[in-house]
Design a protein around this ligand. Structure first.
Ligand SMILES: NC(=O)c1ccc[n+]([C@@H]2O[C@H](COP(=O)([O-])OP(=O)(O)OC[C@H]3O[C@@H](n4cnc5c(N)ncnc54)[C@H](O)[C@@H]3O)[C@@H](O)[C@H]2O)c1
Length: 262
């Protein structure tokens, strides 16, 4: 028996990185997965990888920041998987590295639409279904960028701080309903989103310096975030609610410092 046996789960942003690793792990833990991404080919590939590993998954191309699409995802999970107990609102965009003076309202609107309104829509529509059945777990991907500065651009960081607030307030909106909601705050993880950082370091031969500012002295991998998402989704986290949990090698535990040689 896996920790998610018998559960039906939606994972957004499942075409790459953390979302793909989570779709694979949720299925390995026994969940039937609706893998959602706006990149249709990539999310089909994720569903195929899950099925090749012996799991159950279907793919759906959808925009996680569109209310119409999120409603359609929830409806499809219910009709084709037979229900919905787990919602992992993980899709996100970085918004790039744009100087404050050059940031436009359009840039802010798009980053907030995908990264914050997307999770709100997941909470609203998956939450409505879960409340009615009296159980469910919602997990949102925030970021250490939502905790303090220097881990992403301004709109990105604001969107992730908003996700942390969303899980705190939604946990209270769901009081007494049997629905839990939490966020995971990844540190630096090697994924499609951070590819430019890794490509740049590889080109300079400085890959070994990536992640050196956290006490584990390394960057993270998608499956390490998926592991936290699976825990939060499962009954192992039955008393964990309204939290934003950093999975960052200890990055957010420290003040700036100069490391001494051991
Ligand atoms: N990689 C990191 O270091 C890191 C750190 C902190 C937080 N995060 C967060 O983790 C989450 C997953 O990102 P990742 O690192 O795996 O990046 P990724 O780029 O590898 O994956 C993100 C996926 O989301 C999809 N997506 C983007 N906008 C979408 C939309 N509107 N609708 C549907 N799908 C959409 C993309 O197509 C992509 O497949 C994001 O919310 C990101 O902000 C990542």
């Amino acid at each position: 028996m896996g920790r998610l046996t018998g559960r039906r789960a939606i994972v957004t942003g499942a075409g790459s990185g953390i979302g793909r690793a989570s779709a694979l792990l949720f299925a390995q833990e026994g969940a039937a997965v609706l893998a959602v991404d706006r990149a249709a080919d990539a999310v089909e590939e994720t569903a195929r990888l899950v099925r090749d590993a012996g799991g159950r998954a279907i793919a759906m191309a959808a925009d996680a920041g569109s209310e119409h699409d999120v409603q359609a995802c929830v409806a499809r999970a219910v009709s084709e998987l037979g229900g919905l107990e787990v919602m992992f609102a993980n899709a996100g965009v970085s918004g790039g590295d744009v100087a404050l003076d050059d940031q436009t309202v359009e840039l802010w609107q798009e980053v907030l639409r995908v990264n914050l309104i997307g999770p709100f829509l997941a909470v609203k529509h998956a939450g409505r279904h879960m409340r009615a059945q009296g159980r469910g777990s919602i997990v949102c991907t925030a970021s250490v960028a939502g905790l303090r500065a220097n881990a992403g651009g301004t709109p990105y960081s604001a969107s992730k701080a908003g996700v942390i607030s969303l899980v705190q307030t939604a946990a209270n909106s769901f009081a007494g309903t049997g629905v839990r909601i939490n966020a995971v705050c990844p540190g630096l993880i090697e994924t499609g989103m951070t590819k430019p950082v890794f490509d740049y370091a590889r080109a300079r031969g400085s890959t070994d310096r990536i992640g050196q500012i956290n006490p584990m002295l390394r960057y993270g991998l998608p499956h390490e975030i998926a592991a936290m998402a699976a825990f939060l989704a499962s009954d192992d986290a039955s008393y964990v609610n309204g939290q934003a949990i950093a999975v960052d090698g200890g990055l957010s535990s420290t003040h700036p410092f100069k490391r001494r040689r051991q």
